[in-house]
Design a protein around this ligand. Structure first.
Ligand code: ADP
Length: 163
C-alpha cells in the first residue's frame, strides 16, 4: 500500500517554514496531501481559496509542481484523513513551546482515530522562529518578508495591505 500522509494547517499564508516541512515529508512519504483547514475560528486574513492558490503557486516556485496535492477541508481533521486514506498526519515542531498544543492535538486525534499516526518534523534552523502570524505582522507594517515567503505570497501580502 502506498503510504499517504496529510499535512494539515491554516497556512495563512504559507511560509518557507511550511514548505521546508513539505520537502522533508516527501522524503518519508511517496504521497503527500496538504490539507488547508477553513478554520473560521481563527478569522484568517486570506480566504480559503486564496490560501490554496498561494500554496499551489509556492510549490511551483520551489519546483514541486505536481508532487503534492493541495486540498481544503472544513471537517474534523481525522475525518479528512480518513476520507483521503492517509496513514499519517504530518506536523511541524519549531520550538519547545509548540509541543504543548501539538501533543494535545495528537493524543485527541489518536483517541478519535487510533489507526492514524502523527509524525512531527523539525524545520531547518532558519525557520525555527518563523510563523504566519509574524509574516502578517511584518507585511502589515510594510516590512520586507522576502526571506520568509515565496515571491507569489509576497505579492499577495502587498496587495492585501495596499492602502
Ligand atoms: P495550524 O492553525 O494548524 O497551527 P499553521 O498553518 O499555523 O496551522 O501550521 C501548520 C503546521 O505547520 C503546524 O504543525 C505548525 O507547527 C507547522 N509550522 C508552522 N510554521 C512552521 C515553521 N516555520 N517551520 C516548521 N513548521 C511550521
Amino acid at each position: 500500500m502506498i503510504k499517504r500522509a496529510i499535512y494539515p494547517g491554516t497556512f495563512d499564508p504559507v511560509t518557507l517554514g511550511h514548505l521546508d516541512i513539505v520537502k522533508r515529508g516527501l522524503e518519508l512519504f511517496p504521497e503527500l496531501i496538504v490539507g488547508i483547514a477553513e478554520n473560521p475560528k481563527k478569522k484568517p486574513l486570506f480566504s480559503i481559496e486564496e490560501r490554496k492558490e498561494m500554496f499551489i503557486e509556492s510549490l511551483k516556485e520551489i519546483g514541486l509542481n505536481g508532487k503534492v496535492k493541495v486540498k481544503t477541508f472544513n471537517t474534523l481533521l481525522v475525518e479528512f484523513a480518513k476520507r483521503e486514506g492517509a496513514v499519517a498526519i504530518l506536523r511541524g515542531i519549531r520550538i519547545v513551546s509548540d509541543m504543548d498544543h501539538e501533543f494535545t492535538m495528537a493524543s485527541l486525534n489518536r483517541k478519535l482515530y487510533p489507526e492514524i499516526e502523527t509524525v512531527f518534523l523539525m524545520p531547518s534552523d532558519d525557520y525555527a522562529y518563523l510563523s504566519s502570524s509574524a509574516v502578517r505582522e511584518i507585511a502589515f507594517y510594510g516590512g520586507d518578508v522576502s526571506q520568509f515567503v515565496t515571491p507569489f505570497v509576497e505579492r499577495k501580502l502587498k496587495e492585501k495591505f495596499r492602502r
